[in-house]
Design a protein around this ligand. Structure first.
Ligand SMILES: [Zn+2]
Length: 107
């Protein structure tokens, strides 16, 4: 179970990048991006900073909720770690609250 808010995605961006491109150690562009991500102050950087380094927002952006379909920074990842064909769900705060109400938990 992971919290996928903006700060956590920023904190994990460099690690995820290294893992994703570990098979391309000689690609200078991947290495430059990796170095820039490692230098980010993860306590103050924004999603826009990550986007500017990588060139797109797919590495740090609001997640789509698998229950309601809305994009949100306040999603939790449930189930298997996200990967191709994994059984993973990204659920937004509103849907988590609704799920707790469904089982009788007052929030
Ligand atoms: Zn939702």
């Amino acid at each position: 179970m992971k919290h996928l808010n903006e700060r956590e995605q920023i904190r994990n961006a460099a690690t995820k990048w290294r893992w994703q491109y570990a098979g391309y150690p000689k690609n200078s562009e991947f290495s430059k991006i990796s170095q820039k991500l490692e230098k980010l102050d993860v306590n103050s950087a924004t999603a826009e900073d990550v986007k500017n380094i990588i060139g797109n927002d797919s590495w740090c952006s609001p997640m789509g909720c698998n229950e309601c379909g809305k994009s949100s920074w306040e999603c939790v990842e449930l189930g298997e770690p996200a990967d191709y064909e994994s059984r993973t769900a990204h659920i937004c705060r509103d849907c988590l609250v609704a799920a707790l109400a469904l089982i009788g938990v007052n929030t």
